[in-house]
Design a protein around this ligand. Structure first.
Ligand SMILES: Cc1cc2nc3c(=O)[nH]c(=O)nc-3n(C[C@H](O)[C@H](O)[C@H](O)COP(=O)(O)OP(=O)(O)OC[C@H]3O[C@@H](n4cnc5c(N)ncnc54)[C@H](O)[C@@H]3O)c2cc1C
Ligand code: FES
Length: 432
């Protein structure tokens, strides 16, 4: 009997002893789970706090914005490439007040008075858009401008008016009129979505702004950066890309040469900075050969042919259209010439200036004026894409059509048109 009691006692003790590790294990597990939960709660709270701080910063920054023109002083002007045709300008507000933040990828509109060679002592006003090429900061804005040459096959046509004027005549200490940052092509730095930033030539400007913003934020976002140039003379801001390769935790940076490569560098060379050098264009074949897949949001800025090809090929690769974002630098990306209705001779009368031309299927009413070498003092122009409203002109008679590019300018009024993207549907008379 005693033995049975002893055995039972031992069994109970053994069971109790066996339960101890189970209890300890359970308690540890619960405490670990509570710890994980606390960490998650803290992370969520931190994210909410950061989002709230970002909202507050945005609201405060929006208050710093301005409407119309504001004077800025050029404090620094730097030639950026060996070819000498890309120059950066650093603009500080003349009123010395703080600047509003902007979204990386946005642009500024500039107004300059250009001396009129035909009327000495007189000048005419021109407006153009230039992308911000650095990350937001409250002190200055930076743009980087390529001096646009005349068409190679038409030596009698003058080179780009405003880019040439900025390169030759705007220097440190000069004042210039600037509108507040705007534009719909931008990267949201608060998101974590993996991105591919693709730049060609001077189209690198908005991409640099995106890249530098991610660096400033110490982003750990997955980023694939491709910068395409023809040869080493065209390369700009290499140090910036080297810095990105070294400081963005989760980024791969490629510099691609469609022509000659720098001395001592071959296709596939990985520099000490982490930059990967490639031979070839920034196209879908390059992306397929280097990226692990296609599931990215794409931001593209470069020559028209690069963007159109990438847009088409990325979609063919299975990337949905809403993930492909691109910015065109002006008229060249406007629709292809429309066909002229058979048997119809449409004329464009530029009203006040008394000029009239037959429309020959040019890309737009403004392109027709340009082809006819009108000075277009009255048809102002900046974006060339129906976005900014700069060319908003009254239509005295006739009808216009918008073909591939639809007006995005919200202020387009009844009885007006946007000559940078409109084509005549009937003969028209403009108040220009
Ligand atoms: C949103 C946006 C952002 C931009 N960002 C940048 C940027 O960051 N950096 C940058 O460098 N550019 C940028 N641009 C382009 C810039 O706005 C200008 O379009 C560019 O500098 C050319 O302007 P321009 O006055 O020098 O040339 P224009 O005088 O407008 O001439 C353009 C071209 O037309 C040719 N031309 C002139 N007259 C005729 C004619 N009668 N017939 C045929 N051809 C003719 C010229 O030779 C020249 O090749 C951007 C554009 C947009 C819309
Ligand atoms: S120039 Fe910008 S809308 Fe026409």
């Amino acid at each position: 009997m005693e033995l049975i009691a002893l055995a039972l006692g031992l069994i109970v003790v053994a069971m109790l002893v066996l339960q101890v590790p189970v209890l300890v294990y359970g308690t540890l597990q619960r405490s670990r789970a509570a710890q994980v939960q606390r960490r998650l709660d803290y992370k969520e709270w931190k994210l909410r706090l950061q989002a709230a701080e970002a909202q507050l910063e945005k609201a405060a920054s929006n208050q710093l914005s301005w409407s119309g023109w504001r004077k800025f002083e050029v404090r620094k002007k730097i030639v950026e490439n060996k070819a000498g045709d890309i120059c950066s300008f650093y603009f500080y507000p003349h009123d010395r007040k703080k600047l509003p933040a902007f979204n990386p990828g946005q642009f500024l509109m500039f107004r300059v008075d250009i001396p009129d060679p035909d009327n000495p002592g007189e000048s005419f006003e021109e407006t153009r858009c230039y992308s911000l090429s650095d990350s937001p900061n409250p002190r200055y804005y930076r743009i980087s401008v390529r001096r646009v040459p005349g068409p190679r096959d038409q030596p009698d046509i003058p080179p780009g008016l405003v880019s040439g004027y900025l390169h030759e005549h705007i220097n440190e200490g000069d004042l210039i009129d600037v509108q507040a940052p705007s534009g719909e092509f931008f990267l949201d730095p608060d998101q974590e979505t993996p991105v591919a930033l693709l730049a060609g030539g001077v189209g690198v400007t908005p991409i640099l702004s995106m890249c530098n913003t991610l660096i400033d934020r110490k982003s750990s976002r997955e980023v694939w950066i491709y910068f395409g140039v023809r040869n080493p003379d065209d390369l700009v801001m290499l140090q910036n890309f080297e810095y990105a390769a070294g400081h963005l935790k989760n980024a791969k940076v490629f510099i691609c040469f469609s022509g000659e490569m720098p001395d001592g560098i071959e296709d596939g060379t990985v520099a000490d900075s982490g930059i990967i050098y490639k031979r070839g264009r920034v196209d879908c074949a390059m992306l397929k050969a280097t990226m692990p897949g296609n599931n990215y949001a794409y931001y593209i800025c470069g020559p028209e042919v690069m963007m159109k090809t990438l847009d088409k090929d990325l979609q063919a690769w299975g990337v949905s259209k809403d993930k492909i974002n691109w910015e065109a630098f002006g008229e060249s990306a406007a629709p292809a010439p429309a066909s002229i209705p058979a048997g119809q001779a449409l004329s464009i009368n530029y009203g006040a200036s008394g000029k009239s031309v037959d429309w020959k299927g040019e890309k737009s009413i403004r392109a027709a004026a340009k082809a006819n070498r009108f000075k277009e003092k009255k048809i102002k122009y900046a974006c060339g894409q129906g976005k900014c409203g700069c060319c908003h002109t009254a239509l005295k008679s006739g009808e216009v059509a918008y073909l591939d590019v639809q007006p995005a300018f919200p202020g387009l009024q009844e009885g007006y048109c946007l000559p940078c993207i409109a084509t005549p549907k009937t003969s028209i008379e403009l108040d220009a």
